[in-house]
Design a binder for this molecule. Structure first.
Ligand code: NAI
Length: 331
């Protein structure tokens, strides 16, 4: 039998946490033959609720779940963890300035960077979910210099999956037959959902999405804004932000990273830019990636047309501004 993998979920008493921890304990994230030990972290005001989540995990009698560490102590939470899914953060409240929310979150991510650097396992992989996800991940990377940058990422897979979902609905095809959309840039409304390389599996082989949709106005307009604004649309409908889809996307992200992407398929991940596609180096930016043997690689050489170029640059610009704002909060 395999040794258990220790998976940390921060903000585990929150809504995404509640959807995510049973998925991990069922093997959705790491596979149906991989035992796990869950480390759940939240802050003292949520300690009682966190303990309730632990009670339910015990009650669910998940065969793969070999232990639960539920704590408000960041050292206990991070000790020995192989995977960290960072969902905990400070939400934007009415009347708060962007800078104030940024300041709260960068200080949380700076301190979690140090704890992970000191106490996590050497093979630690980090996924930041909490917003501003790209910039929180960047702060974590910069304040945990001994964690290799290839082991730090942020979640844009939800946006990627939303794009697959919109194409599948529009063409009335199975979502599993749609692939190779790309989310470029920030997990925010400036992200660029790109279908120029996306394909559909048909009985006649793979066909470009552009050819089958045959409506460039929709693909360059409403499709993009629907994906960009989907988070807001869910909040409007549910009065709560996306939780089950975010949790599912977090599992997809880690699973593909650890177990590899299928041949011929790429996914979107927020990763440290090396300057690929003329995206400024030193930002956490969402790119198309493939993964094998636990390592991701940015897909190279895709042609970028003029329409796309502007959109890649716009979202990079926003990330550079967020980075500057984050640093101004720290100083
Ligand atoms: P929530 O408010 O229900 O849960 C957040 C939890 O984090 C709370 O239990 C809170 O006590 C905890 N927390 C706060 N500070 C903490 C700290 N320093 N350490 C540990 N835990 C801490 O929020 P929800 O809906 O679960 O969303 C969580 C985050 O995920 C938000 O920042 C949200 O904007 C973001 N999000 C990101 C998505 C993405 O695709 N990247 C999609 C959906 C949400």
């Amino acid at each position: 039998a395999k040794d258990p993998v220790r998976v940390l979920v921060t903000g585990a008493a929150g809504q995404i946490g509640y959807a995510l921890v049973p998925m991990i304990a069922r093997g959705v994230m790491l596979g149906a033959d991989q035992p796990v030990i869950l480390h759940l972290l939240d802050i003292p005001p949520a300690a009682e609720a966190l303990n309730g989540v632990k009670m339910e995990l015990v009650d669910a009698a998940f065969p793969l779940l070999k232990g639960v560490v539920a704590t408000t102590d960041v050292v206990e939470a991070t000790t020995g963890v192989n995977i960290a899914v960072l969902v905990g953060g400070f939400p934007r409240k009415e009347g708060m300035e962007r800078k104030d929310v940024m300041g709260k979150n960068v200080s949380i991510y700076k301190s979690q960077a140090s704890a992970l650097e000191k106490h996590a396992a050497a093979d630690l992989k980090v996924l930041v979910v909490a917003n501003p996800a790209n910039t929180n991940a960047l702060i974590l990377k910069e304040f945990a210099p001994s964690i290799p940058e290839k082991n730090i990422s942020c979640l844009t897979r939800l946006d990627h999956n939303r794009a697959l979902g919109q194409i599948s609905e529009r063409l009335n095809v199975q979502v599993s037959d749609v692939k190779n959309v790309i989310i470029w840039g920030n997990h925010s409304s400036t992200q660029y959902p790109d279908v120029n390389h996306a394909t559909i599996k048909t009985s006649d082989g793979e066909k470009p999405v552009r050819e089958l949709v045959a409506d460039d106005a929709w693909l360059n307009g409403e499709f993009i804004s629907t994906v960009q604004q989907r988070g807001a649309a869910i909040i409007k409908a549910r009065k709560l932000s996306s939780a089950l889809s975010a949790a599912s996307a977090a599992c997809d992200h880690i699973r593909d990273w650890v177990l590899g992407t299928p041949e011929g398929t790429w996914v979107s991940m927020g990763v440290y830019s090396d300057g690929s596609y003329d995206v400024p180096a030193g930002l956490i930016y969402s790119f198309p990636v493939t993964a094998a043997n636990g390592e991701w690689k940015i897909v190279q050489g895709l042609p970028i047309d003029e329409f796309s170029r502007k959109k890649l640059d716009l979202t990079a610009q926003e990330l550079s501004e967020e980075k500057a704002l984050a640093y101004s909060c720290l100083s």
